[in-house]
Each structure stands twice: as structure tokens, then as C-alpha cells.
Write a protein that binds this ligand. Sequence first.
Ligand SMILES: [Zn+2]
Length: 633
Amino acid sequence: MTKIRLIRTIPFLSTLIFASAVASGAGAEMPPPLTGGETVQPSIADAQSPLPAGAVHFQGYLGQQLDLCITNRIAAQDVEELLRPFRERKDINEWRSEFWGKWITSAIAAYRYTGDPKLKEIIDRAVNGLLETQTPDGYIGSYPDQGHRKSWDIWGRKYTLLGLLAWYDVTGDKKILEAACRHADFLLSEVGPGKASPFENDRWHGLASSSVLEPMSLLYRHTGRPQYLEFCEYLVHRWPDPQGPDILHKALADVPVFAMFPGPKPVVKNYGDGGESKAYEMMSCFEGLTELYRLTGAPAYREAVGKIHDNIDRSEITITGSGSDWERWCDGRRRQSLPWHTGMETCVTATWIKFSFQLLRLTGDSRYADDIEQAACNALLGAQSLDGTWWAGDTPLAGTKRKASLQCGMNMNCCVANGPRALLLLPQVAVTRDALGPVINLYGQIDAHVELPSGHQLRLEQFSDYPQTGVVRIRLTLDQPESFTLKLRIPAWSEKTRLTINGRTQKVAPGLYAALARSWRPGDEILLTLDLRTRLVAAPGDPTHVAVTRGPIVFARDQRLESGDVDAPVALRADRHGFIAALLETEGKPKEVWLALKVPMADGTATLPMCDFASAGNTWDRKSQYRVWLPLK
Ligand SMILES: [Zn+2]
């Protein structure tokens, strides 16, 4: 086993800048260590770190979407409904025990974003209600004693552990950490060397159960208790077992993700051939492997997480930034212009965003932020209902979007619980910091407070209606002149970018950060203009279909915007550089449409009306039937 440095350090209390009662940073008193362990400093330091809670605030369209989600979905959740499965303990094949953990991690992210005491009250109630269901053996779950480890049991325990650790991060409440330890210890008493296999009874080749790697790695970080790290290493070393998923070797060997688990096609008709390659569960394992890499520094883990992300990007991620057919990988990138009606599960979209953020933090490579923006602006926002109360389970590239169905006899659905987790991650992605200073990853009406390497505070205000226009004005407010490096993400699609500081032009390149190292003064102003020319994009491997994009936004035909058949062929022609002279419409669009575009037809006599993919289909019925890949005449 790789040697781990054990360093006593301040526990991972989040700095709540709106809650001064929480001690943080210099001057914080070090609490006594837990018996049998200490917090652990990871072996591998991240390239980028999120800012403290409350440091970033969105306005504009994205801000409205977050507010709707927090008010109408997260804060409106019936907590008793989520606790019911844990009280009943009668599951056989259900995944009811994932809902509490998924919802509460989104609620905790919402609390970190808003600081709203009402949210804290709801979360406290949900945590205390859950802890009341913990039995003396340590188990917290929805399966009866004889059903332990069956079907989705370990998967659900994973989410419980993630939820408890997330609330411990905010509150520092040792009672919660101890409950999490007892919950984990019970799993260790059942599974491991000389005990049951972690993979038996797992419908998905051990992928669902193996995802417990993520919270188990985090629990080791919080406690330093060696049994948790040993369990993580045990799990990964058992992956090659006949019942196991063997995903470390497959990732290192670059086996395409859709070919990793060949098997009978799903019972429900689908077009892909992903067999048994369950997309979201697989990525959840690699999120865990990223956490384990931070602890151990094992080069194979680093190589595997990088390769699997490339693998998914190359073979599965479609133009709207997500993938999957009937929840499986399906060789989707190459086949995305074909008919495909159960595509882009919202759980896949959310986990792709989370996994990409893991790698952005780890590597500081801006392409992972490009992936997050693409998925967030299209597939993710395209799945939330207009009022924020619910989510679509799939966001196919043509057809209709539909309300995600109720699952397991509950007023809940896997995607409804998962979408908000990714949406509430965006404030953490938007502005981060590295060793040299702040990093801006997302643009819009965004206000951030950043602690500089010197310890001084900087306010970074963005004034922009991006992505309606490509112009972003950034104002820096600081007490005195100071030298540091400010990084701005220049998206790979922005071929012609203009960047000035106080009117003086700076050099930039697409697909990289512009690293602006200088002595900054109070009131300095940056003007960034991104290249929002409209493009015609040919479908991968299919020149008979094109899509229309403008910056990060994918556009679609939508039945509300035209009287003709949205599936009918069109005559569109790009200039020799791939661009087309389209215009955004500000007036006369349906009120549920965010961005409307008029695209000139090749004969010059008419224009094709289109709207952004997030708005397309958002009546969730045939009135707004839509299509992204357009057949060419
Ligand atoms: Zn789902």
C-alpha cells in the first residue's frame, strides 16, 4: 500500500463567511482528535480549490434558475417522505435510500450558497430524523436485516454517508461524524477480507456498490482511521474478481466505455449497444477513485481517471454535453444524429458535471470547465421544469421532454434528486482559486469574494448578460495595489477573443486560461469579448445532419416557433469557416423561451426560427416538439 502522510490539521470545516460563529483559518482552536485517528492531509494537492461558502453569487438567468431550484424544489421537499424508507426498512430491490443523501447534498450546497437559516433548520431536521433510525449495529438504510447488501443497499448507504459528511463539513458536529463512522464500520463488519464480497447481489457488476469508494475516502480524510483507507484499497484490488467490474484495468486499457460490459440489450427497446455499461454508476466509481488518488498519490489511479474522462468525452458526450441511452453508455457521440428517445439521463448529466469538476480541481486544466459549461447550459438547464419544482429524466436531442416519473412508490425520482446537486455545484465552479490567485471559470452576472494568496480580500464583479452577448466586464475591488495572477478561462470555441485591462490589449489563446500576472490596483477593469459567432456543426460521422451553436449554447427547432414540421429537411449553408450570419431575437418570442435565434436559409428568402436547447421542449408535451440535428436538403 502506498505510504500516507498523517498530519494533524484543522478539520475540514467550511468557512462560512456569513456565519462568523464558525471558527476558521488562523486563530481557530484545534479540537481534540477523534479517538483512533486524525484528520489527514491528502498526498496530492489540488490545482484549484473552491471558495468558501457564500463567496459567489449569481444573478441573471442562471441566478434565477438557481433560485427557482432552491425555493421550489430543495426547500419545498417533504423531509418525512425521504425518512420513511429508513423507518420502514422493507426494501427488496428499491433504491429509495439514495433519495435522502442526494437531496440533502443539494440542500447543503444551497445553504452554503445562500446562508439561509431556514434551510439550515430543514437540514438539521432531516439529519436528526435520519440519525434516529440508526440501530445499535450502526446500520442506516432501507433494507431489512436479511436484505443487507442486496440490490441497491450499499449504493444507498453510500449516499447516506456522503450526506452526513457534507453536513459535518459545515457544522463540525462530532455527533454526525461518529454516526457516519458507526454506519461505515457496520459495512466493514459485513464486507471485506474473509467476509462477504462487495459485489455479490449488485445488479450492475459491482459498479453501484463500488461507488462507496468516494465517501469512504472522505471518511478516512476526516478521521485518519486506517480501516477506511484499507477498505478503499481492498475494494479497488478486488475489482478484477469475476463478479467485480474490473474498471481500473479497462480504463487504463482504453476499452470504450460502451464496450466495458457487453451483455443482452436492455429489455426496453433502445437503439444503442451499451449492454450493461451503466453510465452514472460507472462515473460515480471514478469520482471515488479521484478521491482515493488524492490520498494515495498512486499514479495508476491518476492515469485511469484522466483516461476514462477522455474515453467518455470521445465516445459518448453529445453536443448538449451529456450522454447515455436508457441510462447506459451507447457509443452515443458517433450516433447522436440518429433517432434516440431515452437519451441523456439527467443523472448522467449531473454526474458528468461532478466528475469534470473533480478533474478541474485536480488538474487546473480549463477543458474540464469547458465540459461543465457545455453540459450545464444545455442538458442540465434543459432538464429543470419552468417553475423549478421538478426535472425531466431524459433530454433527448429530438422529440419531447417529459416529467420524470415517480419511483419506488415515492414522490421522488433519481434525476429529480440529482439535477439540483449539479446546479448547486455551479457557484463552486464559477470562481475558484489556485496557488497564484483567483480563477474565473464561468461568465455571467457573477459576484465573487476571493481571498488572495497574501490573505487580503478581493471582490471580483462580472457585469454581463453572457451568453446573450459575449461581452464580460470585470471590476476588481481591493484595498491596496497587490501583485497576483488572475486567470480567465478562454473557451476552446472562442477563436477570436478580445481581452483588455484598463483598455490595453492582452494576448489570449482559445482552450487555455489567460493568466494575467501584474500588480493590480483598486478599480482595475477587464473587458473580455468572447467569440459568439453562430456556427453550423456537422454531426460526427454524418454530414447529412447539422446543428446550430453559438458559444456554449446549442439551438433547436421547436414547434412553438413555426407552423411547419420541425423534422423536415432544411437548406442551411455556412461560410467557408463554418459560420452562419444568424441574429438573436429579443422581441416576439414565447415567454418560456430564453434565447431565440433567426438563422438565414441558403436561398436568402427566409429564416429558420430556433431557440436554445434548455428552452426547447420545456412545455413537456408535443406542443414544443423539438429537434437539434437538422437533416439537410
Ligand atoms: Zn436518474
